[in-house]
Unconditional design. Structure first.
Length: 481
């Protein structure tokens, strides 16, 4: 018989809330224990698949995971979409139909290889369940023979994209909870997150490309493509235009927080460069780097003048400089700010998804404080054809977390949902601990590089190198299966 009204559990099964995390465990009341007693077994009661009958024993998944995924190069994308035919569209549909379950099976197998306490984490379990349901739906799809069948398949693909918007937020919160509980070494957590996100990018690009090809063929857009065409999801992006747009977003939001302060000027040096890239990826990378530069510059500026007798509203903060240089193969951007820099020993952690328990708690608390986040004690496990309602938006607006999940791209299947603006204009005090690690993954995916050099007490230089994407390259861009 219990003699106390409180019990301490070492590892929770429900999502870790910002208000109930202690330095050693998880405080819950006796009433909460009785309500969730079914979750105290080795396998969580809320899960349809994390049970002895399924986990580690699904031979179908293992069979598919033994197949070799087919890497895709930008040259192949370009050749496939330059002159569309009915045969090409149907062939593309069947490629997606057979390729996606292989890639999903590989990720499911990776999840099964994790320590059970990790995949048993509430958020990681959501990812596992969603991937399993999606895998099953793909593998039962019959061969596509007609354009009408392809139209139905495209409707299914759009629904897959929509239904999996919350995968990315679940991964982020799962990583933070793993950091709090220290259930996975940081290096292993980084490798796992990088693999999952890069694979997710590949799958979504493959799907988006097929949806776009199908749409263009149906609408009669079958004209010859230009010589630099590399795929429908890639657009010609102006470096200066995109940098200016991201600067305006960050600057305008900071102006609303500090209406009496002047904003730092963004000085762009070097020639404008126009290059093919995925706009959503480029805007996210530019946006987060610019956001961090503006935030640190204003914070350092205010701190520097907090005891000054001068009127701070009449003083111009130091500018943020962006230098652009290009070679035949690369474009390099150097972002320089005077935001105070950081300690040398803290610099490596900038690129890691893993955090100390203290920092992870703070980031998780910020996740729980985001507008539109409605965490119920336990999410329903949703099949791939269900509608995600566990994280809902307030006042009719889309959840910020859903928009985070929608970051990859949606230009081809629906109107853009404003994910860039929502991410960059999230409250500046809400540090999620994911922006630069995410930028690093997206940059690495396109064979680029992202580094930071910091002078403590002065500022930081962030170097972004982007590989020029072109149909002349045979490098397997979508090989992150």
């Amino acid at each position: 018989m219990l003699r106390t009204s409180r019990i301490r559990l070492a590892k929770p099964r429900i999502p870790i809330g910002a208000h109930n995390v202690s330095s050693h465990g998880y405080d819950v009341g006796l009433s909460e224990i009785t309500q969730n007693v079914h979750d105290l077994a080795p396998f969580p009661g809320y899960s349809l698949l994390l049970n002895p009958q399924h986990f580690y024993h699904n031979s179908i998944i293992l069979t598919w995971a033994e197949r070799t995924p087919h890497p895709v190069s930008l040259r192949q994308l370009a050749g496939f979409g330059k002159k569309l035919t009915k045969e090409k569209v149907i062939s593309s549909a069947n490629f997606v139909r057979t390729e996606l379950p292989v890639r999903l099976a590989l990720r499911i197998k990776d999840l099964q290889k994790l320590p059970f306490g990790v995949v048993n984490n509430f958020h990681i379990a959501q990812v596992y369940e969603s991937y399993c349901h999606c895998f099953n739906m793909f593998r039962w799809k019959p061969r596509i023979e007609t354009l009408e069948e392809n139209d139905e398949f495209c409707v299914f693909l759009k629904k897959v994209l929509d239904d999996h918007l919350l995968i990315l937020p679940h991964l982020m919160m799962g990583a933070l909870e793993c950091s709090i509980l220290q259930s996975l070494p940081q290096a292993e957590l980084d490798a796992f997150m990088s693999s999952m996100i890069r694979s997710r990018i590949s799958r979504r690009v493959i799907i988006e490309q097929h949806i776009s090809l199908s749409k263009n063929f149906r609408e009669g857009a079958q004209e010859e493509r230009p010589s630099d065409y590399i795929g429908d999801v890639f657009k010609q992006c102006s470096a200066i235009d995109n940098l200016t747009a991201c600067k305006n977003t960050a600057s305008n939001f900071l102006s609303s927080l500090f209406p009496h302060l002047q904003m730092p000027e963004l000085i762009i040096e070097g020639d404008d460069v126009s290059f093919p890239f995925m706009p959503s990826h480029l805007n996210y990378i530019f946006g987060e780097i610019t956001r961090n530069a503006y935030k640190s510059t204003i914070q350092a500026f205010v701190k520097r003048h907090e005891n000054s007798t001068e009127d701070i509203t009449k003083i111009k903060p130091p500018p943020i400089r962006v230098m652009i240089a290009q070679t035949k193969k690369d474009i390099t951007f150097k972002f320089s700010d005077q935001g105070g820099g950081m300690k040398k020993e803290n610099l490596p952690g900038v690129w890691s998804f893993g955090r100390s328990p203290e920092l992870a708690r703070k980031s998780l608390s910020n996740f729980h404080s985001l507008p539109g986040l409605n965490l119920t004690p336990r999410f329903p496990i949703l099949e791939s054809n269900a509608t995600h309602e566990a994280i809902s938006a307030t006042s009719g607006s889309q959840s910020l977390l859903q928009q985070l999940g929608d970051m990859e791209t949606r230009e081809t299947s629906m109107k853009a949902k404003g994910s860039l603006s929502s991410l960059i204009t999230r409250p500046f005090e809400f540090t999620l601990g994911i922006s630069l690690p995410m930028c690093k993954v997206y940059t690495d995916y396109w064979n680029g590089d992202l580094n930071m050099y910091s002078l403590e007490g002065y500022g930081s230089d962030t170097y972004l190198r982007l590989r020029k994407l072109g149909s002349s390259q045979d490098k397997l861009q979508l090989d992150k299966a």
